[in-house]
Write a protein of this length. Structure first.
Lengths: 660, 301
């Protein structure tokens, strides 16, 4: 016989102001099987929980119903309290009379009636609850980090330093990501490569890190603790273990005029066999077969091969598929800059001296195409006047994206500052909408650019840029003075908006994690679970989640790493026991459940007799993958699959409890 | 009665299959004691192949037997099917109830089967007024998939357009919701819950039907409302996107509920909304087992 306790929470006035909690309690007391009904101001408080525990003990309860807030908030709190009194945690049910009643209704009488109904349903449900054991999944204590930018590097290093093996996969020939393309970094102006390269080298030398560059994720299957990953190691045409990085090959390559350098964003050329930049890690070149004469002209050219001392050029190298099993994954896929072609009026691509912020970084960089001397692309002259345009694409729902790219205010201030430092007597103008400089030292930095370095900040947008007599004429509005302004500039730098890395949506689909409408990977909870993806065992880091600066990217990499180290500190991972189970007696193996399962949790199971003959095939649920979403339950014609804790008879009893 | 050419060819195929051991059982039609009716026959010996026959009286969908345990135990099976029935074979393969490797399909070209009530009265001519509605909309006079094909000797079915198949559907569509409810309430009121519709259906293959689930009992079992409507509606939903339109449920119904109006309406809706027709491709994914981003979502407000 059921002995149910019902606890009605006021949630201060959150519930009590809209729901007659005493009436809910009175109605609860009338239900057969309910042996105790109380109401209390804050059930989640220590006294509230203690009273819950006391009633369980005194009345020897077999089940508990809390008419309170969303199970998302306090289900765990109450389950833990019940477990302390010896109840199975799944004998605690929550009737959500806050989010589903008091917060969304005004009419007290009807809200109370609804609260009573929800409470009644849960009483009928808890009467039919069966004890559920949580599922324990073994963990392969190895992590995969996708993306070798600063956040991926940070995650990999932190995990590796925690004593866990890491596989770091980078699509490009070198790790370093976007950060290694930058010159000096705000707000302290330390040189990006000076602080980045030691980390890159550390990755390469770390005994716990296995690095795959020029490689892509081909396929991911499995679940937390047991992900099967296929990595495609693209044919580099250079044997990594033998290469010394001496450079004889790329010096010998005849293709040095026509191929634009991706690393320098088309501001310089590279050879067909190349390292993207001198500090590349690993310092092993890649042969770009799409432009190499050997591949284009039937094998005649082999100058690099001839020049190579250790003979490590291998024209016949094939793509290689490497399979790894890992327990957790970090997605740190980074970002791209938005195309600015929709801003025809800014002339990007039309006028050589209109460049993007990232291109300007390369012009500032000592390892860049101009070796750190600012020269404009059109004629190599040093510009005296530069106009910086902020929010190109960002904060522009009409043409670009509605969100703020976050880093542009700061890097534009940095650009203007470095320009003033490098070209004395020069003048910069910055068109901005707002200045967003909210981190430590940021506001002071921007102030410095304005006050010490003399950058003129104009609040307004640029309407047109055109060339006239060797100058770029920038027309815009200064909304503070109310004047139209026209500036004759030598160069224009567009602070183009940040978008997710191309192809990150495909990767997200492969990983089974969610992303927002822009393609940024979404967190399990935007505030409280910012490092976790929607899928257990997959974590997020860096700009792949949305615009952020270097310190934040580093923090997010470390956060993902600490989550993984925490996960791996246990021998097994516990999954909630509310997962699907198949009635093997009635299952006819039509596998609609398998078709509709979004988590690949259902497989075929053969039932054999004692002689080993297959007598029946049925559906089988993998507890590591099943999330208990219930899609399979809806798909099953014969009702042969149920989610534990949400069994057919419970749902039926809940509905029946509403019948008048 | 002398064998027709069709019968000779059919018997030869069956004999060869059994002799070579490619199949252990052939499900086919044989002449009934009533010359205007054909009945199913199960043949396991080559010498019995001469019993096989086929004509415009071969009304039953023999695919229904493929779901039976007694038949399944034979392993490799040959089956005689019309184009409509063959779609049921395909659907069973799609839903993993049958392996393509275990079935030899003897496809019978068919230009329509004569309604049994007319045949009983002596009708012997295939015409648009004598065949079932499903024959009038048939696109598969030659089965879409077969291992052997037996050509028909019947003349092609000529359609004047004067006979509208499933004409009631348009009439019902034009009614108000209340009128439709009234129409179906009257029809379902006749239901005696004999489940003949289910037993005759080649795609009702669950070993335990949802009506037989009694903890809890979702569907009332007595033959009264609301259980009658519950049963007929849930059957309609379980068959939507799956029914291949053989019409056996309606033919089996002892109280003449026009079940094919429901099935055909559902099939049309599924085709209009998802562009899917059941049983045409053994490699196609059943429509309600897939999600596509292009699926209509007007119902989300």
């Amino acid at each position: 016989m059921s002995r149910i306790g019902v606890f009605v929470c006021w949630c201060g006035s959150n519930i009590a102001s809209t729901v007659d909690v005493e009436k809910v309690r009175e109605e609860a007391a009338k239900i057969p099987g309910v042996v105790s009904a109380v109401d209390y101001k804050y059930m989640c408080s220590d006294p509230g929980q203690n009273s819950l525990r006391n009633v369980i003990k005194e009345k020897n309860l077999t089940g508990v119903v809390l008419a309170a807030c969303s199970p998302h908030m306090h289900e765990n709190t109450f389950r833990k309290a019940a477990v302390k009194e010896g109840l199975n945690p799944y004998f605690v049910e929550i009737a959500n009379i806050r989010e589903q009643v008091s917060w969304v209704h005004e009419d007290k009488e009807r809200a109370t009636a609804k609260a009573v109904d929800l409470m009644k349903m849960m009483v009928e449900k808890v009467k039919r609850d069966k004890p559920i054991e949580d599922v324990r999944v073994p963990l392969n204590k190895k992590a995969l980090v996708i993306g070798g930018g600063i956040s991926g590097i940070q995650a990999a290093l932190d995990i590796a330093n925690g004593g866990v093996e890491v596989i770091l996969v980078e699509k490009e020939p070198s790790i370093g990501g976007r950060m290694i393309q930058l010159d000096e970094t705000f707000p302290t102006l330390d040189c990006s490569s000076c602080i980045m390269t030691p980390k890159m080298v550390e990755v390469n030398q770390h005994p716990n890190i296995k690095l795959y560059t020029y490689s892509e994720i081909e396929d991911v299957s499995g679940y937390i603790g047991n992900f099967k990953v296929k990595i495609k190691k693209k044919a580099r045409s250079v044997v990594e273990k033998d290469c010394t990085g001496c450079g004889e090959c790329w010096n010998a390559c005849p293709m040095h005029k026509n191929v634009k350098s991706e690393f320098n964003i088309n501001l310089s050329e590279r050879t067909a066999i190349y390292v993207p930049f001198p500090q590349a890690v690993p310092l092993v070149p890649v042969l770009d077969r799409s432009v190499c004469l050997h591949f284009k002209k039937g094998g005649k050219c082999q100058k690099c091969f001839d020049a190579c001392g250790p003979k490590c050029i291998d024209f016949s190298m094939q793509d290689e598929i490497i399979e790894e099993t890992v327990g957790a994954i970090v997605a740190a896929t980074g970002y791209d800059l938005m195309e600015t072609s929709m801003y025809g009026e800014y002339g990007y691509g039309k006028y050589k001296d209109v460049v993007s912020g990232l291109q300007f970084e390369r012009l500032l960089s000592a390892s860049g195409p101009t070796e750190g001397v600012i020269k404009r692309p059109s004629d190599g002259k040093t510009p005296q006047t530069i106009v910086f345009v902020q929010c190109v694409g960002s904060r522009d729902p009409e043409k670009g994206v509605p969100y703020c790219s976050k880093v542009c205010c700061m890097y534009t201030a940095k650009h203007a500052k470095l320009f003033a430092h490098k070209v004395h007597g020069s003048q910069s103008y910055v068109f901005y909408i707002d200045i967003r400089a909210t981190s430590k030292g940021y506001e002071e930095f921007v102030r410095g650019t304005m006050e010490q370095d003399g950058a003129v900040y104009l609040r307004g947008r640029v309407s047109k840029i055109y060339e006239d007599n060797g100058k770029l004429i920038v027309k815009g509005a200064d909304t503070l003075s109310g004047n139209q302004v026209e500036i004759a500039a030598d160069m224009v730098v567009l602070a183009t908006g940040v978008i997710p890395k191309k192809g990150s949506d495909k990767l997200a689909q492969m990983l089974g994690i969610s992303y927002d409408k822009y393609g940024f990977l979404t967190e399990s909870h935007p505030k409280l679970r910012p490092a976790e993806s929607s899928t257990a065992g997959i974590f997020l880091a860096g700009m792949a989640q949305g615009p952020r600066d270097i310190p934040e990217s580093v923090v997010s990499g470390s956060a993902a790493a600490s989550k993984i180290l925490g996960l791996f500190s246990k021998s097994e991972y516990e999954v909630e026991g509310t997962i699907s189970s198949v009635n093997e007696a009635t299952c006819v193996a039509c596998f609609y459940c398998q078709r509709v399962c979004a988590y690949n949790a259902i497989s075929r199971k053969e039932i054999k007799d004692r002689n080993g003959n297959v007598v029946k095939v049925v559906a089988n649920v993998n507890p590591g993958l099943c999330t208990g979403c219930g899609a399979c339950v809806n798909a099953c014609f014969s009702k042969s699959i149920d989610v534990k804790g949400f069994m057919d008879d419970q749902i039926y009893a809940e509905i029946k409890s509403l019948a008048v | 009665m002398a064998n027709t050419k069709t019968d000779e060819k059919l018997q030869k195929i069956a004999k060869d299959l059994l002799e070579s051991g490619e199949v252990n059982l052939i499900i086919g039609y044989t002449k009934g004691s009533n010359p205007q009716r054909m009945r199913p026959v199960f043949i396991t010996k080559p010498e019995e192949a001469e019993k096989l026959s086929f004509s415009h009286n071969a009304v039953q969908d023999l695919a229904v037997f493929l779901k039976k345990q007694e038949v399944k135990k034979f392993g490799k099976i040959g089956i005689t099917v019309k184009g409509c029935d063959e779609k049921a074979v395909n659907a069973l393969i799609q839903e993993y109830q049958l392996s393509r490797d275990n079935i030899k399909i003897i496809g019978m070209q068919c230009n329509g089967v004569i309604k049994q009530n007319l045949a009983d009265k002596g009708e012997t001519k295939v015409s648009e007024t004598t065949v079932y509605d499903k024959c009038l909309i048939c696109q598969e006079h030659t089965p879409v998939l077969y291992d052997f094909l037996v050509e028909t000797e019947e003349p092609e079915l000529s359609l004047s357009g004067n006979v509208k198949p499933y004409a009631e559907i348009e009439k019902l569509d034009a009614l108000s919701t209340e009128e439709k409810n009234a129409y179906w309430a009257k029809e379902f009121d006749k239901c005696i819950k004999c489940y003949a519709c289910r037993q005759a259906c080649p795609l009702c293959f669950c070993s335990r039907c949802i009506v037989e689930k009694n903890m809890p009992q979702w569907i009332d079992t007595n033959s009264e409302e609301p259980g009658n409507a519950q049963w007929n509606l849930i059957r309609a939903y379980h068959l939507s996107g799956r029914c291949i339109g053989c019409g056996e449920c309606e033919r089996a119904c002892p109280v003449n509920i026009p079940l094919m109006l429901i099935n055909e309406k559902m099939a049309r809706d599924v085709y209009n909304l998802f562009g899917y027709k059941s049983g045409l491709d053994i490699n196609a994914k059943p429509v309600f087992g897939v999600f596509s981003e292009s699926d209509f979502n007007d119902f989300i407000k």
